[in-house]
Design a protein around this ligand. Structure first.
Ligand SMILES: [Zn+2]
Length: 192
């Protein structure tokens, strides 16, 4: 028995929110966070000791504010654009936000996740060209390595928080002057 297929997830108010995997839907059912509205016929998912009926449509027990969720998704998009300095991470061209898309480095259909380190800014042309391939397969090397992306994203997030915490700024290299001071200090310590 495979666990392929998707389950339709509805808001408490019955608006569709999207789909989730069968495994996730069963977990949500067990956690009692959803009602099962429809079962997938007689389909069952078997584990070593048990079998679980497979839902086809589930509905949240609590209401989720989609607008707030969309706003959060917009912030995530913006943070990634900021991290990548509004440059397509494949061709290197600087673009307006409206001409950029988010590209999953390892495509989602191939197990890539939604973590920011798996997502880069890409222009529409490069994103289309890369399609469902990895950068290696598409022979489209990334401008920035993934480990560098991780560090840069942390900087962007920290700088975002630091807007409200002036005492953090000097530690976050937010202006060039401090940057130089700190680097000088590091160099001095290295020599000592
Ligand atoms: Zn590009």
């Amino acid at each position: 028995m495979t666990i392929n297929g998707r389950v339709l997830l509805l808001n408490q108010t019955y608006e569709p929110l999207g789909t989730v995997s069968v495994a996730r839907a069963i977990i949500m059912t067990f956690k009692n966070s959803v009602y099962v509205e429809e079962w997938d016929g007689d389909r069952v998912l078997r584990s070593a000791h048990d079998e679980f009926p497979v839902p086809s449509v589930i509905r949240r027990r609590t209401y989720i504010n989609i607008r707030r969720r969309r706003a959060a998704a917009g912030m995530k998009r913006l943070r990634i654009y900021m991290r990548d300095k509004f440059r397509c991470q494949y061709c290197g061209e600087k673009k307006a936000a409206t001409a950029l898309t988010l590209d999953h480095i390892m495509p989602r259909s191939r197990g890539g996740d939604n973590a920011p380190v798996n997502i880069v800014a890409a222009c529409i042309k490069c994103n289309t060209r890369k399609g469902n391939r990895t950068p290696e397969e598409a022979r489209m090397p990334l401008l920035t390595s993934q480990s560098a992306l991780r560090v840069k994203l942390e900087r962007v997030v920290l700088c975002h928080y630091a807007e409200a915490r002036s005492e953090w700024r000097k530690y976050l290299f937010m202006d060039v002057h401090d940057d130089r001071d700190i680097m000088e200090k590091v160099r001095r310590e290295e020599r000592a």
